[in-house]
Design a binder for this molecule. Sequence first.
Ligand SMILES: *Cc1c(COP(=O)(O)O)cnc(C)c1O
Length: 372
Amino acid sequence: MSNMLDSISDVLLMGPGPSMVNDAVYKAMGTRLVGHMDFEFIELMNAVKEQLRTLCNTANEVTMPMSGTGSAGMETCCVNLIEPGDQVLILHNGVFSGRMMDVASRLGAEVDVLEFAWGTPVLPGKVKEKLTAKSYSIVGVIHAETSTGVCNPVEEIGELVKKNGALYLVDSVTGLGGIEVALDKWGVDAFYSGTQKCLSCPPGLSPVSFSEKALEKLRARKKKVPNWYLDMTLITQYWQGQNRVYHHTAPISMNYALYQALALILEEGPTAVFARHRAMHEMLVAGLEKMGFSMFVEKSCRLPMLNLVVCPDGVDEAALRKNLRVKHKIELGGGLGPLAGKVLRIGVMGETAREKYVQRLLDALKEETGRG
Ligand SMILES: *Cc1c(COP(=O)(O)O)cnc(C)c1O
């Protein structure tokens, strides 16, 4: 009998996620199941929480992976911490801050938007003006904006948000595991990430972390959290404490995978992992520029793990991506929103940030474009 899985290709994943997965993580996913209330699984849950606290540089007790992809983390933070009529400010410079605006407004928040051109970072000076003029309940920003390749100055913004008194919401779906994340130092109150970017795990879990200030806001809600599945007041009873209370069946195999993926990062050492991302980014950019490609984002605010690349004249980005996938088994991403058709998005995330992979892409590009 033929099985479709037998014909799935071994693709080099260099798009905006998912990224390459280490064999040890694939193996972890195949570990036999124990029950989701089993004491051995609870020990593993505790270990995952501790690993996440280490990588996020936080002492937050409520630090755990939500079931669902990165978007579930965005929903979790918003649905638990926003009440109708809340004043919310979103710092907007890409697709994902746009989604944050949508999610917040669906919850009845009064959403103010401070907009910056796509491909440029949020400017703290502008944020300061806005935060001096009005007091907010929550201020949201994207750390690593995957649609534009920009790194936003989350630490500087954090100082301004603190003075305003608002909760500080940070999306680091693409940042975590590739660049430093320091929740306590930055004053972050609500944080979420995802497994399939720099954590190099299949998609399926979304690590989140809530500060004490965020938990106070949660406890003081006038009404129940309007989404049962993502209600932190319920989920924490399963993820914390001596006696665990069933909420929903944890995706056990995904938690095995996340445990293994985090173990790999912590064994190599976060500083070394970030340096590897930086070095592979530099190797990629040097090779691309030699072939006449140019970078969309200015050097000072470029993300190392997600590169927006403009093709040289005469090179069609869609055709190039197709040939790379079909002839070379390499996946790259295309542009999102207003950048569709204008740029390539090249990920060097997690396990993908290896010399052999970057070299393989550069060789394939040389062959396809006849340049360099
Ligand atoms: C990928 C991504 C998300 C959404 O994650 P999914 O896993 O696709 O749900 C959210 N924010 C940013 C910045 C992302 O890059």
